[in-house]
Write a protein that binds this ligand. Sequence first.
Ligand code: HEC
Length: 187
Amino acid sequence: MTISTAAMLLSPLFLLLDATNALAAPKYNAAGELIAPKDYREWVFLSSGVNMNYSETPIGMDHAMVDNVFVDPVSWQAFKKTGRWPEGTTFVKESRVGSSKGSINKSGIFQTEERFDLEVHVRDSKRFKTGWGFFIHEADKPAKVLPANTSCYSCHITHGAVQTTFVQFYPTARPIAIKAGTFDRRK
Ligand code: HEC
């Protein structure tokens, strides 16, 4: 088979990939608010953190907090090749109330159905000045982009190892970025 026939045979596949890419793009309503991603639990799982605290002062919580980070599968495919997050990349961090008392559990912490909130980080250079927007969805309601002076932006820009994202805490993404040379080791 010549290269051009191979390309012809493959082209419908590329069209299909393009179509999936369009599906993965973040969606906004007429007011410009982000629609909460519904199927993120079927996306690519990056990591969980238990009681993570980013400030010097301990947070006084009467329960454990567990977070789960997911990224949309189309952007993950691109990241695997380049170590960079493409336009449209959408991350979800869901926080869940953790518990240690339940069923047969004797020690350690498990996650409960009680979701605390849904935080979203989107790469969309057409809409956002820094190229990225942060959102907090209450329940699954549409959310306005958080203003550029909120701490979400400053902490992620200062400390995120790849394009303002915390790849240093995502064990399957970290080696890909290191290999691709996109990982900032100072962070
Ligand atoms: C003081 C630092 C800090 C601040 C402020 C902060 N974050 Fe993060 N964020 C982190 C860290 C660390 C992680 C990695 C979490 C993990 O490993 O589970 C993270 C991960 C995330 C992720 C997963 C994708 C990514 O970018 O790595 C989202 C979504 C997110 N944060 C949203 C927010 C939103 C929304 C705000 C503001 C309301 C915010 N963050 C404020 C430190 C911060």
